[in-house]
Design a protein around this ligand. Structure first.
Ligand code: NDP
Length: 279
């Protein structure tokens, strides 16, 4: 059996072309506002800075302008202003904030109609209820990869390792909405390997390098690795890629899998938000 390598860079480049076209169409229509993404960060975390920079780069590549706000805050006034500004179609808080509680508090101030990384409780609630919502970008990237490679989801047993609000839970909601049978695992799961071995679709989102080892995966599985873990050996995922890739049916690499698709999902939702303003 040949393993399919699910190349996220390829998917991101298709998405980039599509978004570029949609941005041009919006400009040509002369109606609504051109998409513009505001990124708010506290300037303290290197991870948040890298995320903000990757969003800015991706935005430039599709012709979406950005507005970066960096500073110690408080950011309440800035977010209220961004909510009011009709020229801003998307707002993202580059997490983590040094003060995690402050990051969580500020998220709740974002207008759900501009919440293009699906971070607000309103959008999380809509997603959990199976209603239209803006969705966390990494979770959407999982779906974008499955769709791009025409991987069947309906009726299949999906096992997700991780239950965070940013990745595990929204992935579960999206897969459930596509008629998968979903199992969510976490640190308290007894016999993790027993669960993961039964997965036809395995999504790893734990943030633990090499958590998923060969004996934990069955040969027909499609494996999606959301992990981005900095190690002495460089960035690695949650899956032991080299050991597992030869015998599963399909797998995303790290880097080059979910990572490049994620910023495109923020931009897709920023463009959708602008398209909604067109009468
Ligand atoms: P969190 O730390 O918020 O959540 C991790 C989840 O994994 C928790 O639910 C935790 O369980 C579970 N978990 C941790 N260790 C184990 C274990 N040994 N066995 C079973 N479950 C475990 O992380 P995030 O969801 O924010 O991120 C997960 C990974 O995805 C990270 O590597 C992160 O860098 C990456 N990421 C990638 C993005 C991308 O664009 N590709 C974007 C965002 C994140 P419990 O709830 O019991 O604690």
């Amino acid at each position: 059996m040949t393993t399919r390598r699910l190349d996220g860079r390829e998917v991101a480049s298709h998405l980039r072309r599509d978004l570029e076209h949609r941005v041009q169409q919006l400009a040509a229509s002369g109606e609504g506002s051109p998409p513009r993404l505001a990124i708010v960060q506290d300037g303290m975390s290197q991870g948040a800075g890298l995320y903000a920079a990757s969003l800015e780069r991706a935005a430039r590549s599709v012709g979406v302008s950005t507005h970066l706000i960096v500073g110690a805050g408080p950011h309440d006034g800035a977010i209220a202003e961004l909510n009011r500004d009709p020229g801003i179609t998307g707002i993202v808080l580059a997490q983590p904030f040094a003060d995690v509680g402050e990051g969580r508090r500020l998220v709740e101030l974002i207008d759900p109609a501009k919440d293009v990384d699906g971070a607000t409780p309103t959008n999380a609630g809509r997603l959990a209820r199976g209603e239209p919502a803006f969705v966390p970008a990494t979770a959407l990237a999982v779906i974008a990869i499955l769709e791009a490679f025409d991987i069947k989801v309906a009726g299949r047993r999906a096992v997700i390792v991780g239950r965070s609000a940013v990745v595990g839970r929204p992935v579960a909601s999206l897969l459930l909405a596509r008629d998968a049978t979903v199992v969510i695992c976490h640190r308290q799961t007894l016999h993790l390997a027993r669960e993961t071995r039964r997965a036809e679709l395995l999504v790893a989102a734990a943030g633990v390098p090499g958590l998923i080892r060969p004996e934990m995966v069955n040969a027909s599985a499609v494996v999606i690795d959301c992990g981005i873990n900095a190690t002495d050996a460089g960035i690695v995922g949650d899956v032991e890629f080299a050991a597992i890739a030869p015998f599963v049916s399909a797998i995303t690499p790290v880097p080059g899998g979910i990572g490049p698709v994620t910023p495109m999902m923020v931009l897709r939702q920023t463009v959708e938000s602008a398209e909604r303003q067109v009468p």
